[in-house]
Write a protein that binds this ligand. Structure first.
Ligand code: FES
Ligand SMILES: [Fe+2]
Length: 420
């Protein structure tokens, strides 16, 4: 059980000397201290400081796409209840009835097209704006319905993504996502339709999963299907130290239309993409927990929900343009099957990393030149552990903005295209 002092501390309960090793310049740095991946105290601290006090992305806001749609998700220390209200705006509330606290929906569950919110315990009902509508058996002069509305939490829809900040302490979302807009905007996430869904539970710390996503050093060893579709040493990473995200792009191999097992796409390229973006895939981690993979013809999101220091729920979804998704007979399996194979290869590796790190004799290791995306993620976490805003350090101190190689050399795509 974490103490109150630890829970509210500005600095994470990790060894400061080991943490200094994570913050050294690229090439001389080390992974995060072992306890970052294994300690219950660190896990509780992260839940408070990263997930309650920061902006947490819940994936595409189309999960509550129409007025009356409702969902509940586990975020940080508690559940968040989401509603698309009558004015078309998504609102977030604590997922706790104002009577005796029953969840309004189980976390991970949802319902659509409801005119009210009804608590399943004693049937208190709320309007879509969270105000109390009816409390059976109450109504006397001593009861003021306006004092019993749902507890509203801060939430923002941004380029089709839904962010919540339960404590309200995170400040402006704009600085959290600074530099990301130009990359995301051409994919028009706000109009995409979800056509594939996988729910995984992985025996690994959430950061092991995010770090694994940020490098392709491991691809030639464990991902034959991915390497057939994308040269593992292609591409470049972005450096936007002003925003709480890291990412980069990789090429799609000649002869392949997209990332699929046979190279064929069952959809069309997004209408807003130029020549460059039709031949690459962007891999973006929005701190702390959402992975957004931008393909020419589909977007894949992974939402990581930390369950324990060594356990993470991952909801992976595939999103398509409406002109494809709503077509009779549309089959998303070309995208879903490719990534399900690749995801499972990654989960096996990450679970093994977690078991390795559980040894008290495990020592944080160095990063290769192909792991500068991991360096950016690790330094972002390490900065937050010291009480600063989560921002990545640049692997190349002299070029704070720009790009370094994502997978190594051998890229055939001109670096000047990065911003397109
Ligand atoms: S707890 Fe919700 S109506 Fe009683
Ligand atoms: Fe991988």
């Amino acid at each position: 059980m974490v103490s109150q002092t630890q829970e509210h501390a500005a600095e994470a309960p990790v060894d400061s000397e080991a943490l200094a090793g994570s913050l050294r310049p690229f090439g001389a740095s080390r992974m995060l201290p072992r306890e970052a991946y294994t300690s219950q105290d660190v896990f509780e601290w992260e839940r408070r400081r990263f997930f309650d006090d920061g902006w947490t992305c819940l994936g595409l806001s189309s999960a509550v796409g129409s007025v009356g749609d409702q969902r509940a998700e586990a975020v940080g220390s508690g559940g968040v209840f989401l509603i698309r209200a009558d004015d078309g705006v998504v609102r977030a509330f604590a997922n706790a009835c104002r009577h005796r606290g029953h969840e309004l929906l189980p976390c991970g569950g949802g319902t659509v097209n409801r005119s009210v919110v009804m608590c399943p315990y004693h049937a208190w009902t709320y309007r879509l704006d969270g105000s109390l509508r009816k409390a059976p058996g109450f109504g006397g002069p001593g009861f003021d319905p306006s004092a019993h509305g749902l507890v509203e939490l801060q939430s923002v829809e941004w380029h089709g993504l839904l962010f919540v900040n339960p404590s309200g302490d995170a400040g402006d979302l704009a600085s959290h996502v600074e530099g990301l807009e130009d990359i995301l905007a051409p994919y028009e996430l706000g109009r995409l339709v979800t056509k594939g869904h996988h729910d995984y539970e992985v025996a690994a710390n959430w950061k092991v999963l995010a770090e694994n996503y940020q490098e392709c050093y491991h691809c030639p060893v464990i991902h034959p299907e991915l390497c057939a579709a994308s040269p593992p040493r292609s591409g470049e990473n972005y450096h936007h130290p002003e925003g709480a995200w890291v990412g980069g792009w990789m090429e799609i191999r000649e002869g392949f239309q997209t990332m699929s097992l046979d190279g064929r796409s069952g959809a069309s390229a997004f209408r807003g993409l130029g020549e460059f973006r039709r031949r690459v895939v962007d891999y973006i981690v929005v701190f702390p927990n959402v992975l957004v993979s931008l393909h020419p013809d589909y977007v894949m999101t992974h939402v990581l929900t930390p369950l324990a220091p060594d356990r993470t729920r991952i909801v992976c979804e595939w999103h398509f343009a409406p002109e494809d998704a709503n077509r009779e007979g549309f089959d998303p399996s070309f995208a879903v099957d490719f990534w399900d194979v690749t995801n499972r290869q990654d989960w096996l590796a990450c679970e093994s990393v977690q078991r390795g790190l559980s040894s008290p004799y495990a020592v944080p290791g160095p990063l290769s030149e192909q792991e500068d995306g991991v360096y950016q993620f690790v330094t972002m976490v390490a900065a937050a552990y010291t009480g600063r805003a989560p921002r990545p350090a640049s692997p190349t101190a002299t070029t704070p903005r720009g790009a370094t190689s994502r997978g190594g050399a051998d890229t055939a795509v001109d670096a000047a295209h990065v911003a397109r």
